[in-house]
Design a protein. Structure first.
Length: 377
């Protein structure tokens, strides 16, 4: 090796070092871009790690970080709790369309395993769906799971960020195939209705399905209801005429996401007015009395610092646990009517991310209350 080759060798070594440094930085940047953004956003020292307490957040979708509208069901075939949820796409401008239904499961309601996304009629299983699916409602009848999901064919927001009219579509699958086996049964309601957000519950010998809907050309939404004994023959029951969707009772012109359950000798209905959660009670499942609002004030757990949205409830050993989603970065203050209003579909993409949370409901003087900051054991 000649003396005159030394500068060339040093140059090559220096070049290789720079190139290696560049590649390492690029890999780290790529990891940050694809990592769960919620993991780095929780206040320092507040991450929870104990396996015998509920984590906060409970779960975040590993792809687009848009977990919403949880529906919890106990599968008697494999003895797991399942959460089915709307998987929004807040990393994209087209956030609310092409959303699949995500699935997680747990033995103890504490540790959750991500299973992927539902297949419908053999299609799906991906983070970008071929149609739009929202807010599943699920129950068990015999050896099958029955899902009532908001369906829209829209995949691009040509008719607005949320697409056009929706339908409540009935799907079913065997208990032993809770992710991949969903088959379409059909639309359960009149074709003149535009609908979203179903809930299903068995009262007596019949199953009742409630959903938000309105006839074409009508301005006001109502809470419609149907009944069935076999999931084949449906009886229309019109819409409720009590306190639900009734501004004179609640002071709100807007509600969605009804959820019905039974606890401590009464039926309960919770809705989402985007101002916390409205609570109603009933002795017969038909006439609902407004009880008040829960989970409007922000919590102090990681990523629980905003109003609760669209819930599901589990009754276990006479305790009631509420599952809901939170949009921690959403600027609700900018969405108020008036000059300068900035609705969520015009806010930055990072404002649209969401997580799932869990808290325990309590009964106090005949009313449901909830302390979202309380530790759940």
């Amino acid at each position: 090796m000649g003396l005159y080759n030394v500068p060339a060798i040093l140059f090559k070594m220096s070049y290789c070092g720079v190139l290696l440094t560049f590649l390492l930085v690029a890999c780290q940047q790529q990891h940050r871009e694809h990592a769960d953004p919620t993991r780095d956003s929780a206040p320092a020292g507040q991450q929870q790690s104990k396996r015998d307490t509920v984590s906060s957040p409970l779960f975040t979708d590993p792809n687009y970080h848009g977990s919403c509208d949880p529906e919890v069901v106990w599968n008697t075939s494999d003895n797991y709790w399942y959460i089915y949820y709307t998987a929004r796409r807040p990393a994209l401008q087209n956030t609310w369309l092409r959303t699949p239904i995500g699935v997680i499961r747990s033995k103890d309601l504490l540790q959750w395993q991500f299973l992927g996304y539902c297949y419908f009629d053999g299609k799906g299983g991906h983070r970008d769906a071929d149609a739009t699916f929202w807010a599943p409602a699920i129950t068990i009848h015999n050896d099958s799971l029955h899902m009532f999901v908001t369906y829209k064919p829209d995949t691009v927001p040509t008719r607005g960020a949320w697409g056009g009219p929706g339908q409540i579509v009935h799907y079913k699958t065997a208990l032993t195939d809770p992710v991949n086996g969903w088959k379409r049964v059909g639309v359960i309601h009149d074709q003149e209705l535009s609908t979203i957000d179903a809930t299903v519950f068995k009262i007596g010998e019949k199953y009742k399905v409630w959903f938000k809907g309105k006839k074409k050309g009508v301005r006001k939404n109502e809470l419609y209801q149907l009944e069935t004994a076999d999931f084949q023959h449906w009886e229309a029951r019109g819409f409720t005429k009590s306190d639900v969707f009734n501004k004179s009772a609640t002071g709100s012109r807007f509600e969605e996401a009804p959820y019905v359950f039974e606890w401590k000798g009464r039926y309960w209905l919770i809705t989402d007015p985007h101002e916390g959660l409205f609570v109603y009670s009933s002795t017969d499942g038909d006439h609902w009395d407004f009880q008040g609002t829960i989970l409007k004030e922000k919590g102090n757990r990681p990523l629980d610092g905003s109003r609760a949205r669209h819930c599901s409830v589990v009754i276990k050993d006479d305790r009631a646990f509420i599952f809901y989603h939170v949009e921690p970065w959403r600027r609700y203050d900018l969405e108020k009517a008036g000059e300068g209003r900035v609705p969520i579909f015009r806010q930055p993409l990072e404002n649209r991310r969401s997580v799932l949370q869990m808290a325990e409901l309590k009964m106090k003087v005949g009313r449901i209350v909830c302390d979202r900051n309380a530790v759940i054991l």
